[in-house]
Design a protein around this ligand. Structure first.
Ligand SMILES: [Zn+2]
Length: 404
């Protein structure tokens, strides 16, 4: 939190406040009397907290409820459209920025391609331009924007708000939180993008409130967000969930990380594309040859299209990725035994071509019958999941007790 920050929006550290606002969020519209019963708080305490929330504009009074004798009670609900959050999702080749209300509904969004090996200065220029654009080109007054959440690929120190290592960019540590707070004077939170997606699943996905879940992003890079007992698990050195570097092939190829046989080298979007181009060069027969004049232009979309038309090679490209992902998922199940595993990212757009061999591998390899029945799904949040997760970083501060 920025010290001495100005503006009407003040977040209070209070357990009771969090209790009340979350009852309104989950059960609203609701009367003060019902809140005090459900929160087990005295009516004057609830009235005080509600008065503060009304003053902050976080809660609004709406229609009146049924009378149980006496005056009809006024019902309270969350005022989702009085404060806004900017979310940023920095992927390996693309940056997405969106303006969201407190219900994670995106009012405005933009995306831009990021060149591989981008330098820090150039990256910050693009980031500032996109955030400036969200602020100036939205019908929302600037003092209503309460924070910026950033989901960044690679290794992130979320406490300091620093990007430690972004493998596709040409820069070292980048103090994103410090830079953006100095420029915009609102709180900024930074988190790894796969962890953001895991948080989004918990807040907005079909898995809502599932306390033990693993979100696996399978795109050009592979990463996972681990939620245990409702809390994000980051590990001692910020690398928990670096599933792309789980070793699945002892004799495998060298990975970008320097090690050999990492999941990244056999199941990432980059690998699928590279293998397609490599085998076509070696003379492999496939419809992909005719579908793209220049084999360098082959991407996930055209491979998917070929697979849909029954091209065996295209199907095999996804199937191999699916089998290796199945090994990784089996390892995750045997090691963490989560309630659910949710997959997202560009490669998962191939749907059953990846999911079928993945689930078959888990069914053959997981330890027990129950382990084999672990729910494995594709995210319903689509390509916005990391962006929504970035927004949730700030929502967490609005709705939950702040722990620091
Ligand atoms: Zn690796």
């Amino acid at each position: 939190m920025v010290q001495g920050m100005t503006g009407s929006f003040r977040l209070m550290k209070s357990l009771n406040r969090s209790l009340v606002i979350n009852i309104i969020r989950r059960k609203g519209p609701i009367s003060r009397t019902d809140i005090s019963k459900q929160a087990n708080l005295t009516p004057p305490t609830v009235t005080n907290i509600v008065n503060d929330l009304l003053k902050e504009g976080l809660v609004k009074e709406g229609r009146t409820g049924a009378s149980k004798g006496g005056r009809r009670p006024v019902l309270l609900s969350i005022n989702y459209n009085n404060h806004y959050v900017i979310g940023v999702d920095v992927g390996t080749g693309q940056i997405r920025v969106g303006l969201s209300n407190l219900n994670a509904e995106l009012l405005n969004r933009k995306k831009e391609t990021l060149p591989a090996g981008i330098k820090a200065g150039e990256f910050m220029t693009i980031l500032y331009r996109l955030v400036d654009d969200m602020i100036t080109n939205s019908d929302v007054s600037r003092d209503k924007i309460v924070g910026i959440g950033i989901g960044m690929h690679g290794i992130v120190d979320e406490e300091k708000g620093i990007s430690i290592y972004a493998p596709h960019f040409d820069f070292g540590e980048l103090p994103l939180k410090e830079r953006l707070e100095a420029r915009y004077e609102i709180p900024v939170k930074v988190e790894n993008d796969a962890r953001c997606s895991a948080i989004a699943e918990m807040w907005f996905g079909d898995t809502r409130a599932n306390p033990n879940l693993v979100f696996i992003n399978v795109g050009d890079g592979i990463g996972a967000g681990v939620i245990l007992n409702g809390q994000i698990h980051r590990g001692h050195h910020h690398i928990a969930g670096e599933l792309g570097h789980m070793i699945v092939d002892l004799n495998g190829r060298q990975c970008t990380c320097g090690s050999y046989g990492c999941l990244h080298t056999v199941a990432s979007g980059i690998h699928i594309r590279e293998r397609a181009i490599h085998e076509i060069t070696l003379g492999r027969s496939t419809a992909l040859r005719e579908m793209r004049e220049n084999k360098e232009d082959i991407d996930g979309e055209v491979i998917y299209e070929a697979a849909l038309h029954g091209d065996e090679f295209a199907e095999e490209l996804f199937a191999q990725a699916g089998r290796f992902l199945g090994l990784a998922v089996t390892n995750v199940i045997n090691f963490l035994n989560p309630d659910q595993i949710v997959l997202g990212g560009g490669v998962m757009k191939a749907g059953a071509f990846v999911m079928k061999p993945l689930v078959e591998t888990v069914n053959r390899r997981a330890l027990t019958d129950d382990a084999r029945k672990t729910e494995i799904t594709v995210s319903s949040l689509g390509s916005h999941s990391a962006l929504l997760g970035a927004v949730s970083l700030i929502l967490h501060d609005v709705f939950e007790v702040q722990d620091r």
